[in-house]
Design a protein. Sequence first.
Length: 236
Amino acid sequence: MCMKIDVLTIFPLMFQGVLTESLIGKASKKKILDITVVDVRLFSKSRHKKVDDRPFGGGVGMVMKLQPFYDAIKNISVKRKSGFYKSPYAKSCVIYMSPQGKTLNNEILKNLLKFKHLILVCGHYEGIDERVMCYVDEEISIGDYILTGGEIPAMVLIDSMARMLPGVVKEKSSVTNDSFYNGLLDYPHYTRPAVFKGHKVPDVLLSGDHKKIESWRQKESYKRTEERRPDLLKIK
């Protein structure tokens, strides 16, 4: 299965490297991911390709205009009878990367895997004309802080979700054992040498007893969650 992702941004060069290196780049070469970065400025009807304007009612900063984003979404979609726009793919979702959205977590990522097509809208300045929300299915945030724009949050969403797609990460257990995947933090990891400046690897990991190792890892996962993120245990 190939997941199609269109990213709408006014700074397309920000995505160079991020989407072509490491596992994301490999996933694209394997046709597991098909990512297109769309320059919203190209859809501006302004003579100078302007994409922002002063806010109605006054105030500081500039607001991104509705028209370029509307036409960009329309360009990669077909019209619904309701007047909204939907991707030509069987399942699609338009997401606005916004600090006012739901905080990104593993459950949201798992739900996004149900879609075959994502359209990620990256805002800037004071935000986008609120009427863009008529064409948005979800608002997603990556935390309670403000960045210069939605590009980095879009990269975070793509990276965190892509590694869940079959074939992106070589070992499936590398994903299912990760922190948060099953509601707990990951257990500690060690590699060679077994002793470094007096710091030893736990004996159980050198025992070769896989049942004892698995039991140790489960206990350490729970212990680490209890110590560092007890709020996750309350959710359970």
